[in-house]
Design a protein around this ligand. Sequence first.
Ligand code: MN
Length: 305
Amino acid sequence: MNLNKIQFLGLEPEFTDFKKSAVTILPFPYEGGVSYGRGTKRAPRAVLKASQYLELYDEIYNGEFYSMGISTVKQPKISGSPEKMIKKIYGLTSDLIKKNKFVCVIGGDHSISSGFFRALNDYKGVKSVIQFDAHTDLRDSYEGSKLSHACVMARIREITKNTLHIGIRSMCTQEAERIKTENIKIITMHDLRSKHIQLESFLKSLPDPVFITFDVDVLDWSVVCSTGTPEPGGLLWHETLSMLEKIFFMKNVTGIDIVELSGRKNDLNSPFAVAKLLYKMITLKAVSFLKQGKALPQTPSGPIF
Ligand SMILES: [Mn+2]
């Protein structure tokens, strides 16, 4: 397996060996499915570059959580139709999943997530999807395409009906009706600000294993502002981490992607926040493993999750 020139976190080679690493990151720079702002094809590189400047120590869980190995595979060249792109991400993620890696994808626009989820469903039996997003992405098609980023959850719901949508604050009438008729589980930003929401009760109804697809436009602009379809009034940093903590500690999270960051020259903050978010999620996976009474290997020795 070819490794990327820039490795996530700039780890020493002993921690990025592909065979020995428990976690593998796939940079997937696609932007064929966007509708408004561009730049998602530059996002993975921007995140990997920013990650070089992260502290490895986690001040909440008191430790450095990369000892199980985190390898970053080579960023693929993506060309051709959206259908070809879906085949490509399905193929690449299937290979990594079959090697029992905990796979993290850095997108790319949101249209890539249905291909990744299909691979998780086929090879790991992943049954549920938690979507962090300002938008529900439940349109059957958008601007003539079924593989637009605005339709990704409609594609995913063709594979599983166990979906939970968090942070929503933008939808069309067709999507709103669909949520009602199909009784789709949704936590809007308005719900989060005006009601006492018990995330645990939503999580109880989702069967394991779980895939998290994280669209960075769910975040407030004070956390991430470079994204293609921005919506005001999003999640703040600490409340995002506390929701993720509940999810990782209650559920068996078996794959994650972070999508819709736009790589922009004049914004160093957004890619840094995304790099930190990815490391926090990997840390939560490692801490949830420790909580089961298992010991995290101090040097990489292959798949553990
Ligand atoms: Mn979105």
